[in-house]
Design a protein around this ligand. Structure first.
Ligand code: ADP
Ligand code: ZN
Ligand code: ZN
Length: 751
């Protein structure tokens, strides 16, 4: 490695107090040059007196940033990466290397800057009567049909006290009911300092599930390896409702029992009260959660608790990966296929890859779980990099739902222009009669306006990249990868029909249509608009769970891990919306979304049915999702990726070159392209594919002009090297003075 022989080291002197971007440069003495690496703790002369101080190495370089004659020398290495800070800084170094961006960005991602949180009060509702009294009271409420009172009382008998928010939002008990019960001397309102534990006190419950054979096998496999000191990455593929969470919990309990800690990553959207409670019941006070609504200070507090040894388990979205546990034993990533694990801000890391890297550094096992693993992970599993575990059966052998695929082109031919097919309407009417619940799902992901024909299903694609073009307001069609642009069509180039255009219906429109068609049905809608308020999301879910509505209409938010036993029909209104995204993940997303959405049906006593509406019923992603045939889907999709050299069979890197000055952006991007072309003319960079420069999909943001270059190569590390070379190239050219560059590896959304 180049870094091993670097001449200078940039260090930070005090992580907890100084700003992280305050680095100091030192010369590396010859005898340390081979040994020194990022994250190590060293001794340096510091300040005016040259007092000996400890510092962490954050960067190794051959470029002196100051007058070389004034640079002091590092005295020696004090620690070689045993402290948690060292480990996290090393991880930051890994991120910086593999994804680009500055070390400062990477450090800020892994080390939260200290910030004191404001003291917050949490309101609690506490039961103040004896168990016996409570039982009598409950019987009384039930007799009088005081359902809200009964609901609150019986919950308090299970868990005492309850956070006030849980009472009003999760249990839907109003403030006046709480006051009335306080007046009766049954309960009391309390306040206490919050954010010791973000969910309030919760009792551990002795209750535990008896794992079935498949679940046990999965646990045993990981635990046996772990006990032998073997730490690997496991991919657990378990169909929806197969009990993956129970496997995680069992594994964590074993690992924690051995004195190590656990991190559980969950997509924010699935981080619901229901899920968290299952973990709390097992680990009580020794667990904490992170979520995006927390302030920096609150997050910092939780990280401090972890560092001080007050916690064994941390649950949260992507950033929970950086919890400073000093003796980490296991990292679990639930729904590992979720796109939210990829960061869209600098550094643009993928939490799955970063978890595997941290697992290696910390000596921790990594368990990835999903009903529909990402192409990437399954590819690794097939290659033997990950160990594959499978849960093939639903708990209690409940059948997977029956799927009907409806061809929307046929509906149009028959004169049905409604977004609800005849079959779906018929099944909905039947469910409403039988008082069962329905979920209607409109996939809004990636709907940047792809253009398709409603008569023949034709979709307009980029001639270079084979991804769908997006319609922009100025009447052009643009490729989000390579920037290819062309004019919009008035009629379908395939069949001449005039029914060509962008797909526009939103959830609100669908709600109207449904209410019109079924005026007596009670309808709830969940999308960005209705969940904007704090806890709006939980409110809608619990109202639906309490059967206060017959139909829930929503975006991809509703497909995540919820258990609604009374849902027996799921309608996927326009499966194509995710098929034709402006990136190569279309078929993968579509397969995942349909499978996950279908997985919501028939989780209770009654079997489920699914209606998939589409313009491309013959597409393999849709056909195979209908049959829930993951393996076959993988085979078809990997053949396509192979052909197109798309990840995981090859790798991509987009480079953004941006400037306030249009000419500078243009010239800089051209220079980069020329540099690459020259290297290729000299026989270097074999197998590299380059397109561009072109305008980025969003060509101008806040008066900054944006150009993109797009690279493809079989080998990820070659792209990393190209990134390194281009970074240095740009650093050493004056023309680039006020140019911003950014890289995105294996991009999901593009720039
Ligand atoms: P997945 O995450 O695979 O979709 P869950 O872990 O949510 O599945 O489990 C589905 C349901 O089955 C949950 O209600 C859970 O409590 C229940 N369950 C899981 N394992 C068992 C078991 N061994 N015995 C009985 N019920 C179980
Ligand atoms: Zn057509
Ligand atoms: Zn293209």
């Amino acid at each position: 490695m180049i870094e091993d022989m670097a001449t200078y080291a940039n260090v930070i002197v005090d992580i907890s107090h100084e700003k992280l971007d305050k680095t100091f440069q030192y010369r590396i003495p010859g005898h340390l040059q081979e040994e020194l690496s990022i994250g190590m703790q060293v001794e340096v002369p510091f300040g005016n007196g040259g007092r000996k101080s400890t510092a962490f190495v954050v960067e190794l370089t051959d470029t002196a940033e100051y007058d070389v004659s004034k640079l002091k020398e590092i005295i020696g290495i004090t620690e070689t990466g045993v402290s948690i800070e060292s480990q996290l800084i090393a991880l930051a170094g890994w991120m910086r290397k593999n994804y680009g961006g500055t070390m400062n960005h990477a450090l800020k991602t892994v080390l939260p800057v200290k910030q004191k949180s404001k003291e917050r009060k949490q309101r609690l509702v506490r039961l103040v009567i004896s168990d016996k009294k409570a039982k009598e009271q409950l019987a009384l409420f039930e007799k009088k049909h005081s359902t809200a009172r009964a609901r609150l009382l019986s919950k308090l008998m299970e868990q005492n006290p309850l956070p006030y928010e849980v009472v009003t939002q999760k249990l839907n008990v109003t403030a006046s009911v709480v006051r009335a019960m306080e007046g009766l001397g049954i309960l009391k309102m309390e306040e206490k300092r919050a954010y010791r534990n973000p969910l309030g006190e919760m009792k551990k419950s002795g209750r535990r599930l008896v794992l079935n054979e498949e679940q046990n096998q999965a646990v045993e496999r990981v635990w046996k390896d772990f006990s032998k000191g073997l730490r690997q990455t496991y991919l657990m593929r378990g169909v929806t409702g197969s009990g993956k969470t129970a496997v995680y919990i069992e594994l964590i309990e074993k690992v924690v029992g051995s004195g190590r800690q656990a991190i559980v990553l969950i997509p924010e959207i699935a981080l619901t009260y229901q899920t968290v409670v299952r973990f709390y019941q097992r680990f009580g006070e020794r667990i904490s959660i992170l979520n995006s609504k927390m302030s920096q200070g609150e997050r910092y507090d939780q990280f401090e608790r972890a560092k001080n040894g007050d916690l064994d388990v941390m649950i949260g979205p992507r950033s929970a990966l950086f919890t400073p546990f000093s003796n980490l034993g296991i990292i679990i990533i639930d729904e590992e296929h979720e796109t939210s694990y990829k960061s869209e801000t600098l550094p643009r890391y993928h939490a799955r890859e970063a978890a595997v890297a941290r697992g290696k550094m910390a000596g921790a096992s990594v368990v990835l779980g999903s009903a529909t693993p990402s192409m990437d992970s399954f590819y690794h599993a097939k290659a033997g990099d990950y160990v594959l575990l499978s849960l093939e059966k639903r708990i209690e052998e409940k059948p997977l739902p029956q799927c009907h695929t409806i061809d929307l082109r046929q509906e149009l031919k028959r004169g049905n222009r409604s977004i609800l097919s005849e079959k779906l309407q018929e099944l909905m009417a039947q469910r409403l009669r039988e008082r069962q619940q329905i979920m209607l799902f409109l996939n809004r992901r990636g709907v940047a306006g792809f253009v398709s024909c409603r008569a023949c299903g034709h979709v307009v694609k980029c001639p270079h990249c084979d991804v769908s073009l997006s319609q922009h307001n100025n009447g052009t069609l643009v490729c989000h990868y390579c920037g290819h642009t062309q004019a919009v069509f008035r009629t379908c180039p395939a069949c001449g029909s005039k029914y060509i255009g962008g797909f526009k219906a939103g959830t609100q429109k669908i709600e109207e249509i449904v209410k019109n068609r079924f005026p007596n049905a009670r309808v709830l809608r969940m999308d960005l608009d209705t969940t904007r308020s704090k806890d709006g999301y939980e409110k809608i879910l619990s109202a639906f769970a309490n059967h206060e509505a017959d139909i829930l209409i929503g975006t991809q938010m509703i497909v995540k891990g919820h258990d609604f036993p009374n849902v027996t029909l799921v309608g996927i209104l326009a499966a194509d919306l995710s098929l034709h995204t402006q990136d190569y993940h279309g078929p993968e997303r579509t397969f995942q979304l349909i499978t996950q959405a279908a997985g919501r049906a028939g989780r209770g006593r009654l079997p489920g049915e699914v209606v998939i509406q589409t313009y491309s019923p013959e597409h393999y992603a849709i056909k195979l999702a209908g049959n829930q045939d993951y393996e076959q889907f993988y085979e078809e999709e990997i053949a396509y990726r192979e052909l197109m050299h798309y990840p995981p069979c090859g790798h991509m890197m987009t480079m953004l070159v941006a400037s306030k000055d249009q000419m500078t952006a243009f010239i800089s991007a051209e220079l980069v392209a020329k540099k690459i072309s020259q290297a290729r003319a000299n026989g270097k960079l074999q197998g590299l594919w380059m397109i561009g420069p072109a305008d980025a999909a969003v060509g101008k943001v806040k008066d900054i002009y944006r150009k993109v270059l797009y690279f493809k190569h079989e080998d990820y590390q070659t792209l990393v090297q190209i990134k390194d070379v281009l970074e240095t190239f740009i650093g050493s050219h004056r023309e680039f003075g006020n140019v911003i560059i950014q890289f995105d590896f294996d991009p999901m959304n593009g720039f």
